[in-house]
Write a protein that binds this ligand. Sequence first.
Ligand code: ADP
Length: 262
Amino acid sequence: VNHEMLQTEKLAAIGQLAAGIAHEINNPVGYIQSNLNTLGYYTDKLLALVDGCKDENLAKQLRQQDYDYLKTDMTELLQESNEGIQHITNITSALTQFTRRSGFAEECDLQQQINTTLRVLQNEFKQKARIQRKYCDKPCWVVFDPAQLNQVLMNVLMNAVQAMKNFGDIVIETETDGELATITITDSGTGMSEETARRSTEPFFTTKPEGEGTGLGLSLVYNIVRRHNGTLKIISEIGKGTSVIVSVPLAQRHPSNKSITA
Ligand code: ADP
């Protein structure tokens, strides 16, 4: 393998990510700036009104409808600005996950980790999906940073729930096959077109309305799984649902894996 070539590819990937980040952040920064300008202008007008209370002529200038208009517009500008800031915060907090190394990888049991994640999401899921677990009959020990495994499961499960129109089914299946452990998360949601499925792991690719998706979820999943020597596969059909399949090597040395990997 040409090392220099890999380095160039890496730099190109970083450049692409940086351009994406700049684009995503510049947009909300742009309208927040313009909203602040408008709000500053309104503030001046309102201050003039306060002064004008001493001066009846000025007070008459600002009629009720002006006041109503100002009030609605200011509320909207503030709300939009807050959403923009939320969007930026979502992106930066997702991005900090990208740079985390799997230095804290340890032997952990997949089923146990899934149960931990599900406990956190249980309330959120109650009204939206029925969750079915189909675990293999043995614990599956893998070498994974538990916090990042939780992040992977959380992102995939949140996507699954968000893909439901009303109520739906989510099946979480674990399997071992030779030296691999596989988690398959299948939802009965909207499914994806071929193009959406292909692009779904691209950073910032999202089909969700602005403010609801950062487009970083699956790209983060892909990065984390790859860093743990695993693979990610997505199978989807519009109107039927989606399966996200994560495979990672079984922990070779763990005693309870011996019989499987031997
Ligand atoms: P986000 O959820 O912020 O949009 P993701 O990277 O997690 O970002 O997902 C990218 C896109 O992939 C989503 O906007 C959606 O179109 C599609 N997608 C991901 N998971 C699913 C799923 N389970 N069902 C349908 N579409 C999905």
